[in-house]
Design a protein around this ligand. Structure first.
Ligand code: HEM
Length: 187
């Protein structure tokens, strides 16, 4: 119970941080700032959600994976709302033009709809039926990685660090899948 509460509080903190920066500190370019914070926080949470099964022997957070995944979706939703409400100001032509003109926007859109589908089918009842489609999180993460690399105007050392972390997680995930499949095959 305490652990669940601690997880919720931790994942709620970036939102508080964002609101403080926007309303108290008043950053220069709020729209860009919301994109950066919500995009990075969502990406980190979602990558963390797929590493939970890798670290389960050391720290078992499997019980909280759904809650963590939903927080990842929540920040993706903030990112999407920022696009529709503050960036596009509900201008449907702007939304369509940006979406079809800029490949990084439609890759982000596809990723967002995959996450929306997963969030909507994460209830116990629906998860039983749709769990096999939840592997599509890997496709979403691939698209998100391409999306955020393409969104950068300059390539700096931080980005290489992000990519290195993503490759390490991807490598261990792939090993895990190969070992799991070979066990199914031999038993
Ligand atoms: C509805 C679909 C999406 C749209 C329209 C969108 C739009 C954008 C835009 C315009 C930027 C550039 C911001 C700037 O620096 O000016 C951006 C950056 C970014 N987006 Fe998205 N995005 C979408 C989906 C996603 C999703 C689903 C994720 C992750 C879960 C994500 C993660 C990121 C990240 C990490 C950045 C880089 C932030 C930075 O370094 O400043 N985006 N997005």
């Amino acid at each position: 119970m305490m652990k669940r509460l601690a997880i919720h509080i931790t994942l709620f903190l970036p939102l508080i941080f964002l609101l403080v920066q926007l309303f108290i500190i008043e950053v220069n370019d709020p729209v860009k700032y919301i994109y950066t914070i919500s995009g990075i926080v969502s990406t980190v949470i979602l990558f963390f959600s797929i590493t939970i099964s890798l670290i389960k022997k050391r720290v078992n957070l499997l019980k909280y994976r759904r809650a963590i995944g939903l927080w990842g979706f929540f920040y993706a939703l903030v990112h999407m709302i920022n696009f529709v409400v503050f960036d596009a100001q509900f201008d449907i032509y702007f939304i369509l033009e940006e979406t079809f003109d800029k490949p990084f926007i439609y890759l982000g859109m596809i990723a967002f709809f995959i996450l929306l589908f997963m969030a909507a089918t994460s209830t116990r009842k629906l998860f039983r039926k749709y769990s096999k489609y939840h592997a599509s999180v890997y496709l979403a993460l691939l698209l998100i990685t391409i999306h955020f690399v393409m969104a950068q105007k300059t390539i700096d050392i931080d980005m290489f660090c992000y990519i290195a972390v993503i490759l390490v997680i991807g490598y261990y995930k792939l090993l895990q899948i190969i070992v799991k499949n070979s066990k199914v095959y031999t038993s």
